[in-house]
Design a protein around this ligand. Structure first.
Ligand code: MN
Length: 331
């Protein structure tokens, strides 16, 4: 495959390699970035990590998160964008004026959101493979094909990325290849129980968050017996978001409620910004379609969007209407 050869050439000619995450980092993007860092390091390269926003608290169980910088380094030879193909998710890069600097050097995109047509025009190579459950799975395949060294940390990061995006190997796009890769990772020494415990221990909630969760449950609207919808206002974002992200706190419970097909958590900022986290139950793969109608994207069962200068009640209304439409289409 020529793309693979091209990746090999770019990497072999570069020394300082910048690894770029989108402005909405998740466990896959961070673990994939750290896996690449470890691999490149053992190839005697100088990998550098960038993300336009601070790593969210819930990801800080992954050792190495604090090496991710929010500034583009002055000097590097090539870059690898992980886990996104959407230019809109690299907004910080263009706002900081660094986009043309990145674009002036070879750029590789490694992603698995194939429903998103890559619009990063300056990329030299785009590997966007939807058959992979996570970007980490894609990186594993590339590293194997190119015979790159994979230190044990890189294997553990790859395993973390797979477990995160496949929700513990439960999502529909978990493939036979995913299981093969997992088996190989175990054989090579990656310790799944250890990684699970690391995450669980870190993600325990404070008692005030436990109480707060009770309020979120009470406030959740259940519409048509199918749609669980919750709005988080600015004051709660200020008080609780630094301690625990409200969406992952409540969405698993939404989806465990009998009859509920889809969960939406909207964060409403005073500035007029609204962000949405969408999660669906098995059999209702409408998350990405819904997010797209609001300028976002993602996967069939998990997606998100961000809008500016729109009234929260308008957004709520259009989300509900669009879901009703998509559910009707589905049936
Ligand atoms: Mn991903």
């Amino acid at each position: 495959m020529e793309d693979i050869t091209e990746i090999k050439n770019i990497i072999s000619q570069a020394n300082r390699i910048l690894i770029i995450q989108a402005d909405n980092p998740d466990a896959d993007s961070l673990a994939s970035a750290l896996a690449l860092e470890s691999i490149l390091h053992s190839m005697k390269k100088e990998p550098l990590l960038y993300c336009g926003i601070d790593m969210p608290q819930y990801l800080r169980y992954l050792p190495g998160w604090d090496r991710v910088e929010s500034q583009i380094p002055k000097q590097f030879d090539a870059s690898i964008i992980v886990d996104t193909s959407a230019k809109s998710l690299l907004d910080q890069l263009s706002q900081s004026g660094s986009e043309s600097w990145v674009a002036s050097k070879p750029v590789i995109v490694l992603d698995h959101h194939a429903d998103v047509q890559c619009d990063i025009g300056y990329a030299n190579i785009i590997l966007n493979d939807s058959s992979k459950v996570s970007t980490g799975e894609l990186i594993y395949d590339i590293a194997k094909q190119l015979d790159w060294p994979m230190p044990i940390e890189s294997l553990e990061y790859i395993m973390t990325s797979i477990l995160a995006d496949s929700m513990g190997l439960t999502t529909e796009n978990t493939s036979a290849n995913t299981y093969k890769v997992m088996a190989e990772l175990v054989e090579l020494g990656a310790d799944r129980p250890k990684l699970e415990e690391q995450r669980r221990a870190y993600n325990k909630m404070e008692k005030e968050i436990f109480r707060y969760k009770g309020r979120l449950i009470e406030r959740t609207e259940i519409i048509d017996d199918k749609i669980a919808l919750l709005v988080i206002p600015q004051d709660e974002i200020n008080t609780y978001s630094p301690l625990y992200n409200p969406a992952p706190l409540i969405q698993p419970d939404h989806l465990q409620t009998r009859g509920v097909l889809i969960s939406i958590v909207l964060k409403s900022y005073d500035s007029g910004r609204v962000t949405g986290a969408i999660r669906c139950n098995y059999g209702t793969p409408i998350a990405s379609k819904l997010a797209k109608t609001l300028g976002g994207g993602g996967h069939a069962y998990a997606s998100g969007f961000k809008t500016e200068n729109r009234n929260i009640n308008d957004i709520k209304q259009s989300v509900i209407e669009k879901i009703q439409e998509l559910l009707n289409e589905d049936i």
